[in-house]
Design a protein around this ligand. Structure first.
Ligand code: FE2
Length: 428
């Protein structure tokens, strides 16, 4: 495959890329326009061909989008057995409990729903996904289904799985054994939900157990942490301290941390010390949190979103994820990371000029850091030929128009293509 006349995010001018054997062989400033006469214009490709010479016509090429936080076992279940009427996190959890008892989970059905969601994400340029999977669901069909899917799609779309104790580790009878069972089955990351455990002590003990498991299985950590408005929900300090003590920071993600939006600044500034010392990463889910949080209070209402701007300014890595696609917690969603980013930029007061120039990092390179993708990710000669081509000339245009992904290539093979919709407007 040969891509011509593209802009590469972060570089000046026009570039061409040569791809073979699944890798970027040559990345160089545009030199030889001779092939342009036979090149396929990027907005006209539709018959999949991995051999084409494609004329990007000045469009923006960048590493693929990363979905760092979703629950593939729950996707596309909204309304079953009923919709979440209060819109709270806790009604979401109880509705999922009802679903698990009333709609017997089957491996084939879970895989089918997850595949549908992954197809949507692929259409929007996602190639790397980290999914939580509920391990307090005793049949373990969700774990089995997603492990199978992870292997079936390896090389096409990369999936990491997190053992997620939806109902708590210590607050579920046999919860520790369920976590161990998931790790033994080959799940990639240890998850947790300390703020939902029955007591403060349970929450703290669950975090120590999570890191014990991570050490034992040499696994990454990704914890739902302080996903509530309660400013007394302060498990993040415990998570970061454990990560610091054990040298696990770069392999640890604190997800949601919504309570940080309610912490007083005095406490936040003190907390920052251990956050920076530990080097843990963060994940926020703006569409999910703006919907679920702030439900228990009168006006004025808090936003229930972690401090995306302040954490980023302090040098900490923050990625944005969608959390849900049509499930008991969030009834809508398309799989498009640009939609999540759009919400995050608005609720995070992140539409300054400098903010906009870095914004796409939240759904690309920052997510790659959370997933510890390392040398597997990035537009560089010798690396896997994974990239997307947006129907935009730069970041600003991509954000303004939420531009479609015309081409998504993974390991040198076309994963998804799109022809942009064209509109005609008259008499203005
Ligand atoms: Fe989540």
């Amino acid at each position: 495959m040969h891509i011509q006349q593209c802009r590469i995010r972060g570089k000046e001018g026009l570039w061409e890329l040569e791809i073979s054997d699944g890798r970027f062989q040559k990345i160089r400033p545009q030199q030889a326009p001779a092939e342009l006469a036979t090149a396929v214009p990027a907005d006209q490709i539709f018959a999949r061909s991995d051999q084409d010479c494609i004329n990007a016509q000045g469009r923006l090429l960048l590493p693929p989008f990363v979905e760092p936080h979703i629950h593939l076992d729950c996707v596309l279940t909204a309304g079953q057995p009923h919709y979440n009427m209060s819109g709270t996190l806790f009604e979401g959890i109880s509705t999922w409990d009802e679903y698990k008892t009333q709609v017997p989970l089957e491996v084939a059905a879970i895989k089918d729903r997850a595949r549908q969601a992954l197809r949507l994400m692929a259409e929007y340029g996602v190639q790397f996904v980290r999914s939580h999977v509920d391990v307090t669901e005793a049949s373990f069909k969700g774990v089995q289904a997603l492990l199978e899917l992870r292997e079936e799609l390896r090389g096409t779309m990369e999936i990491q799985l997190v053992a997620f104790p939806q109902n708590g580790i210590l607050s579920t009878r046999g919860g520790k054994e369920l976590m161990i069972r998931a790790m033994e089955m080959g799940v990639d990351c240890v998850g947790g939900i300390p703020h939902y455990e029955f007591s403060r002590d349970y929450g703290v003990d669950s975090l120590k157990f999570i890191f014990d498991l991570a050490e034992k299985y040499d696994a990454m950590v990704d914890v739902h942490c302080d996903e509530m408005d309660d400013e007394q929900s302060r498990y993040l300090e415990v998570l970061a301290t454990e990560a610091w003590e054990r040298g696990w920071g770069p392999r640890t993600v604190a997800a949601h941390t919504c309570a940080m939006g309610s912490y007083n600044d005095s406490y936040y500034n003190k907390l920052l010390r251990v956050l920076q010392a530990s080097g843990i990463h963060f994940n926020a889910c703006p569409t999910e949190s703006i919907h679920l949080q702030g439900r228990t209070e009168p006006y004025p209402k808090r936003r229930g979103i972690t401090r995306i701007k302040e954490l980023s300014s302090a040098g900490l890595n923050v990625a944005l994820g969608q959390d849900s696609i049509a499930d008991p917690w969030y009834p809508i969603g398309t799989g498009n990371p640009l939609r999540v980013l759009d919400m995050g930029l608005h609720v995070g007061h992140l539409l300054g000029y400098q903010d906009i120039s870095h914004a796409l990092d939240f759904i690309s390179v920052n997510g790659a850091r959370n997933l510890c993708l390392g040398d597997q990710y990035g537009i560089m000669e010798g690396r896997p030929a994974d990239f997307i081509l947006l129907d935009a000339k730069d970041d600003y245009e991509a954000l303004r128009f939420l531009s479609p992904v015309l081409l998504s290539v993974h390991n040198g093979k076309i994963l998804a293509q799109k022809q942009p919709a064209r509109a005609a407007v008259y008499d203005i």
